[in-house]
Design a protein around this ligand. Structure first.
Ligand code: KG4
Ligand code: ZN
Length: 350
């Protein structure tokens, strides 16, 4: 991103930021004060449309974003009881994500900021997910360790300071959420898979089938989920060949147990090694009931403080974008009119 770097902002009454998010299939806008106080949080989900196709269709997502973005932003201001004059900056997700959907948000935010004379802030989507923890936990301050688990990312991150990250581990193949979505499709639960597996697993036996817990040789904090996904597919095939009925709840619970074991196991290895005192989770999969419980327990056993956003702030939303933008606002990190969508933006690139 080409940044227009200004002097750090002098801000007697705090900053009210309008955030816009459109990186995948949610069109969202929110108004957040001082990075932690949500004044409005509007999310227009396209799930019903994409369910018809078994996953997100990028072109359809872009078109839907264009159709609703004006109303979504207007509603965010209305619910916050504010006019555009009351806003100090406009923030937008500029990557990573689907390029078409990202472009809708970026173009809209650029035009809006330019037209109203407000500064523009480009936000990294994963930084947004991490920042959701600041909204929910008013006293949380870096340094802390964070596991970001979403549909496109699985990152174990040392949050050294606001906007300063060290990536300790990442997935070598599928993201955790991607594995949930693919397995859900295979067992006939449909899209989006995460919440459906979460629900089905509640009535299943997590020990019914032993699925593998993959570890990456020599990279103890990295993750790999494609072998687990193949193992579930093999199990389903072998049941079909033997004419056995598949117990969907048991498959969901056993698959979920394998994912949670690896996520918690690697995270706690890093917590122990680095002596982290605070641990947070973020991203869509962080709304998973089993993961929240297991992570809370593992942290409690070590005397580590555990943080997680409420489910609505785990999945994609714009409050987290406005929240993350606040810390860039304080540093005077503003974007220029050349801000562009970057589909594969890396964490830490700015
Ligand atoms: O963060 P997010 O909304 O979008 C991305 O940035 O990718 O995450 C979406 C992912 C999807 O893969 C979805 O299946 C998963 O998060 N997810 C869940 C749950 N809710 C959403 N996975 C497991 N359990 C859930 N309850
Ligand atoms: Zn996300």
């Amino acid at each position: 991103m080409e940044a227009v770097r200004n002097e750090a902002v002098n801000m007697p009454d705090g900053a009210v930021i309008l955030g816009i998010e459109s990186s995948c299939d949610e069109t969202a806008a929110a108004v957040v004060k001082n990075g932690r106080e949500v004044l409005s949080n509007i999310i227009y989900s396209q799930i019903d449309t994409h369910t018809l196709y078994g996953g997100v269709v990028p072109e359809i997502a872009s078109r839907k974003h264009i159709e609703v973005i004006v109303q979504v932003v207007r509603k965010a201001l209305e619910e916050a009881h504010l006019n555009i004059e009351d806003i100090d900056a406009v923030a937008v997700t500029y990557g990573p994500g689907l390029v078409g959907p990202l472009l809708v948000g970026v173009s809209y935010a650029k035009a809006y900021a330019w037209g109203t004379g407000k500064p523009l802030i480009g936000v990294h989507h994963i930084e947004g997910h991490i920042a959701a923890n600041f909204i929910e936990n008013k006293n949380l301050e870096p340094p802390f360790m964070c596991l970001v688990v979403s549909g496109g990312h699985t990152h174990l991150v040392n949050v050294r300071d606001y906007g300063e990250y060290e990536i300790l581990g990442r997935t070598m193949d599928d993201a955790a959420g991607e594995a949930y979505d693919k397995v859900a499709r295979a067992i006939g639960l449909g899209y989006p898979g995460g919440p459906k597996i979460d629900k089905a697993a509640k009535t299943g036996n997590p020990e019914a089938i032993h699925f593998p817990r993959a570890h990456v040789d020599g990279e103890e904090y990295d993750f790999s989920f494609s072998g687990l996904k193949s193992s579930v597919l093999n199990y389903l095939n072998s049941c079909e060949m033997k004419g056995e009925t598949v117990n969907t709840a048991d498959v969901a619970a056993s698959f979920q147990a394998a994912v949670v074991d690896v996520l918690v196991g690697n995270s706690m290895k890093a917590v122990d090694k680095f002596g982290a005192g605070k641990f947070a989770i973020a991203g869509g999969v962080a709304s998973n009931t089993a993961l929240r419980e297991a992570m809370e327990k593992a942290c409690a056993e070590r005397g580590v403080e555990f943080f997680r956003p409420s489910p609505i702030l785990c999945t994609d939303n714009a409050a987290m974008i406005a929240g993350a933008a606040y810390f860039e606002y304080l540093k005077g990190n503003f974007a220029g009119p050349t801000l562009n969508a970057v589909a594969n933006l890396k964490l830490g690139d700015r």
